[in-house]
Structure formats: C-alpha cells, structure tokens
Ligand binder design. Structure first.
Ligand code: HEC
Length: 156
C-alpha cells in the first residue's frame, strides 16, 4: 500500500514538473511581453547596435532596444547580450548587490504580479539558467560558462 501511495506521489510530482517545463514563448511569454514590454521595445524601437550608438536620443523617447520577435528576444538571453533579460528583470535575489534590475518594475503593478511574471520568465529561460553573468567577465563577475548556457531553455 505504502508503495502504491509513493508511486502516486511520484507520478503527480513528475507531471507537475513537466507542466512547469512547458512555458513557451508563444503561449506565455509573447502575451506577457505584449502587455508589459511592447510599448518601449516594439518594432518602432531601434536594434541594439543603433540603440547603443544613440542611447541618449532613444532613452529620451522612452525606447529601449527592439525585442519584438522570438529571435530578437532570445538574443538578450543567450548571445550577444548574454544575461540582459536576467539582469534587468531580476528582483534582486540573484544579484550580488541584492538590487532588482531596472526592468523588474515593469513586470507588474503590484509585488504579487511582478513575482508571478518574474517566475514565468524564469521558467521560460530555465530555472537553473537564471544567471546574471555576461559573455565576458566584468569586474568581479566571471564570464558565463558553457555549462550555464547549456541550461537555457527558451522554448518557442
Ligand atoms: C516604459 C518603457 C519601458 C518598458 C515598459 C520596458 N522597458 Fe526595458 N528598457 C527601456 C529603456 C528606455 C531601456 C534602455 C535604458 C536602460 O538600459 O535602462 C530598456 C532596457 C532594457 C533591457 C536592457 C537591454 C540592453 O541594453 O542590454 C532589457 C533586457 C529590457 N529593457 C527588458 C524589458 C522587458 C523584458 C520589459 C517588460 C517586462 C521591459 N524591458 C519593459 C524601457 C522600457
């Protein structure tokens, strides 16, 4: 009997885990992004290279770099702007200085909503892949490792 109960728990646990792995761009991230990020990062915003060269101008227009497609968005997760999504959206719990990233506030109007939407982004990127490191080392922060990059999910 005990074995049967344990087996049932195991099955239930596994199905919860596989549900959690099914956060996809199309189903979860795109709609959330449209609601919370599009206003400043949509197709009228500049690509990162242009943005970097004319930062002041675009910031005055409330435009951040463009990330309105799947391909654009994942370039702020993996490469070339490695970890940008994680650094900017983190609530401070993964940051060495404990400070939230400056886009965290855009995740919602209440702390509850921000936390809920942050966990969606985390599940999508991959819980073990939520690293704030850049492609190259900066100061005391080491460069991202191949092992960390391997954990990125960002399912379409
Ligand atoms: C009110 C406008 C606004 C909203 C809404 C907004 N952003 Fe931003 N975002 C900006 C601006 C302006 C910058 C550039 C200035 C800076 O680096 O802080 C930026 C920068 C960023 C960067 C850094 C890109 C880089 O240069 O490496 C990321 C990542 C980012 N935003 C993600 C998001 C996400 C994800 C959302 C939605 C949850 C979001 N932003 C919502 C205006 C916005």
């Amino acid at each position: 009997m005990l074995r049967v109960i344990l087996a049932l728990f195991l099955v239930a646990g596994v199905s919860v885990a596989s549900w959690a792995q099914d956060i996809t761009y199309r189903k979860h991230i795109k709609p959330l992004w449209e609601q919370k990020c599009a206003a400043c990062h949509n197709a009228s915003a500049p690509y990162l290279g242009d943005f970097d060269e004319n930062k002041k101008k675009y910031e005055a227009q409330m435009k951040g770099p463009r990330m309105d497609t799947y391909a654009d968005l994942i370039s702020f997760v993996g490469w070339p702007d490695t970890g940008a999504i994680m650094r900017r959206l983190d609530d401070g719990k993964s940051a060495s200085d404990g400070k939230p990233g400056n886009m965290y506030q855009n995740l919602g109007g209440t702390e509850g909503e921000r936390q809920k939407n942050l966990s969606l982004f985390k599940e999508w990127v991959g819980k073990d892949a939520w690293k704030l490191n850049r492609w190259e080392a900066r100061g005391k922060v080491p460069a991202i490792t191949k092992q960390d990059l391997d954990k990125i999910k960002v399912k379409y």
